[in-house]
Ligand binder design. Structure first.
Ligand SMILES: Cc1cc2nc3c(=O)[nH]c(=O)nc-3n(C[C@H](O)[C@H](O)[C@H](O)COP(=O)(O)O)c2cc1C
Length: 180
């Protein structure tokens, strides 16, 4: 079951730096890539990912100026790595990794039904020198039915960490937070 997720909370999905899946669609074909380089920029639903023309997804993203950014749970680790090790030029990754493409509301790129969250995004800006794409999330969804709620974090050497203990200091920070 996909439940709409408030845009003012979207930055909290990115701030912990989870491994992401980015979907694109060029009208004929839909595709997925894995992204571990991402960053929240403010309390707004605007954030950055880093990629470039060496990926097939990049071409579609630049052409359509749209994508969907999904947050997979730790149970999807094998699929997440597999998706990042092959190319949409010769592989239907939704089929190969048995993931369901769900229709988005504001963009043509599909949501991934098995992910914890999906963010429908428009491309705001591209900083070519650094491969930075600034995305603005226009609608977000939470899959409330997944039992595995931990997200994944790439170390960068082929190892991954799943979310661990959570420390709650929100009362101490409350005057700096947009909501409590
Ligand atoms: C764990 C993991 C993290 C990755 N992170 C990034 C990233 O942040 N930026 C990037 O450009 N490529 C990243 N990649 C590589 C792309 O996901 C990979 O090149 C993918 O096959 C591109 O698919 P496409 O050609 O179908 O678009 C990552 C791959 C893996 C396995």
């Amino acid at each position: 079951m996909l439940k709409e997720y408030p845009l003012q909370k979207v930055f909290t999905l990115l701030e912990p730096g989870p491994v992401l899946l980015v979907t694109t669609a060029d009208g004929r074909k839909k595709n997925i890539m894995t992204i571990s380089w991402s960053f929240a920029m403010s309390f707004s639903p605007v954030f950055g990912i880093v990629t470039g023309p060496w990926n097939h997804s990049f071409e579609t993203l630049m052409k359509t100026r749209q994508c969907t950014v999904a947050v997979p749970g730790a149970d999807l680790l094998e699929k997440v790595v597999g998706i990042g090790m092959c190319s949409g030029t010769d592989t239907d990754k939704f089929k190969k990794f048995t993931l369901s493409a769900k229709k988005a509301k504001e963009v043509s790129s599909p949501l991934i039904g098995e992910c914890l969250f999906n963010m429908e995004c428009k491309l705001e800006d591209y900083v070519e020198e650094h491969g930075i794409l600034i995305l603005s999330c226009v609608r977000a969804w939470e899959n409330t039915t997944r039992t595995e709620r931990r997200t994944l974090h790439a170390v960068g050497d082929g190892t991954f960490v799943a979310d661990g203990e959570k420390f709650d200091l929100h009362e101490k920070m409350s005057e700096k937070l947009p909501f409590s």
